[in-house]
Design a protein around this ligand. Structure first.
Ligand code: FAD
Length: 407
């Protein structure tokens, strides 16, 4: 029996566990530092740190609704209930995950309140040191394989802004955003216009005097935005005259909110694990999953701008199939070469290497490739149809305010 450790009991960890349980010769153990499953989807009104001193994991805000319709958001083998709004409140996603865990009898395999502090590798066995948070007792488990599912939306990325050290107003990041009330009657700069930046700007605009939605996107977000949101270039500097947008306009603001994304972070790996993060890339990964040097380590959920739950499903099946020997991996050199080629191909099409993990344009071919390798059912074509409609709808809404119908 192989012991397979899983770090994290969010969507990726639950999915990995569900598929390990389908095998006969693997014994799973999942460590989850929180006291319940769900990861990102466990809303916390706290910001900063938990009672046990660990930092808050979830970046979900109180009124958040999903940005994917639930008919394509779930795992392919377990559907969301069809009643209710297509873009549902975050609490419905958590309920869905609890139902998934119950359906596949996952709970008994999860050690809640267990924080993974250290992982080391002797070339064959993974040693995982875990702190049981209530007793502070530490123990080490030897694992034949390890699946990393610790989530990637908890460590804020904050860009350097010249002069920001002189700014006396409120500085925060979307990781700690919960409700708009702190911005009542204020002038607010929101930096970053991806999904959270746009959504949070709109919510803040309901109470704020003015919002400056600052970004360097080539297209405009313009339509669908209320009149007190001004779209401006990215912040380049803070001076006595206020925030400078691009080269020209300046504005005095009471607050700046960074919606600038998150950093990959694996604080538990020691150097023997050979995992590096450089230029926003987690290395050395093959097919964004397999540790090329030590292929008994797999990562679920590294690519972003995806259909997370569906992608977790195929990634988990693929990694487990490699562990079972059903899929024979190329040599380390070949895996590294493949990854370098993928990065170069993306670069040639105008996508910088730092965006390698953005899978948006390759998502469906990626999942199809994984399904083919595993010899399992691919996603039904309707998933792509709905995804394309949603993309079109988002683009239309952001570009000129019309909608091509997402449902
Ligand atoms: P997480 O859900 O973050 O789970 C990781 C788990 O690992 C956590 O439970 C954490 O406590 C645990 N953990 C971490 N470190 C340790 C450790 N050292 N020891 C033990 N346990 C540890 N996706 C969608 O599909 N639709 C949406 O509409 C959507 N909206 C989003 C909105 C926001 C604001 C954010 C931040 C994300 C959104 N996502 C959305 C993406 C969402 O993150 C994924 O859907 C998915 O839930 C991520 O799952 P995960 O398991 O990779 O990570």
């Amino acid at each position: 029996m192989k012991t397979v450790g899983v770090i994290g009991g969010g969507g990726a960890g639950l999915c990995a566990l569900r598929h390990i349980l389908d095998t006969e010769d693997m014994q799973p153990v999942v460590w989850e530092k929180a006291h319940e499953l769900g990861g990102t989807w466990v809303y916390s009104s706290n910001i900063g740190s938990e009672r046990n001193g660990l930092s808050i994991h979830s970046s979900i805000y109180q009124n958040l609704r999903t940005n994917l319709p639930k008919n394509i958001m779930g795992f392919p083998d377990f559907h969301f209930p069809s009643e209710g709004e297509p873009f549902c409140h975050h609490s419905e996603v958590l309920k869905y995950m609890q139902d998934y865990a119950n359906k596949f009898n996952l709970l008994q395999h999860i050690k809640f309140g267990h924080h993974v502090e250290n992982v080391s590798c002797d070339g064959e066995i993974w040693k995982v040191t875990v702190c049981e948070l209530s007793s502070q007792v530490r123990s080490t488990t030897a694992c034949d394989a390890l699946i990393i599912c610790n989530g990637h939306y908890s460590v804020p990325r904050i860009p350097q802004i010249k002069g920001l050290e002189n700014y006396k107003g409120l500085i925060s990041h979307s990781h700690g955003y919960r409700l708009p009330c702190a911005y009542k009657d204020k002038t607010v700069v929101v930096l970053g216009a991806a999904a959270s930046g746009i959504d949070i700007s709109k919510e803040i605009a309901t109470v704020a005097k003015e919002v400056y939605l600052s970004h360097n996107r080539e297209d405009s977000v313009k339509c669908g935005l209320p009149g007190n949101i001004n779209e401006v270039k990215g912040v380049t500097e803070y001076t006595d005259e206020g925030f400078v947008f691009g080269t020209e306009s300046k504005v005095h603001a009471d607050a700046i909110l960074f919606c600038t994304g998150y950093e990959y972070s694996f604080p538990f790996f020691d150097s023997s694990c050979g995992v590096l993060i450089e230029n926003n890339q987690v290395m050395p990964l093959y097919k964004q999953i397999i540790h090329s040097k030590y292929p008994t380590m797999g990562f679920i959920g590294i690519p972003h701008d995806s259909l997370p739950f569906a992608m977790f499903h195929f990634q988990a099946l693929y990694f487990i199939a490699t562990l079972k020997g059903q899929i024979v991996l190329p040599t380390e050199e070949e895996m590294l070469k493949t990854t370098q080629e993928e990065i170069k191909t993306k670069e040639a099409s105008g996508i910088p290497a730092k965006h390698y993990h953005n899978i948006r344009l390759d998502l469906f071919s990626y999942m199809e490739w994984l399904a083919q390798e595993c010899k399992v059912e691919p996603l039904p074509p309707c998933f792509k149809k709905v995804w394309d409609k949603v993309e079109c709808w988002k683009g239309q809404r952001e570009l000129n305010g019309t909608c091509c119908g997402a449902n």
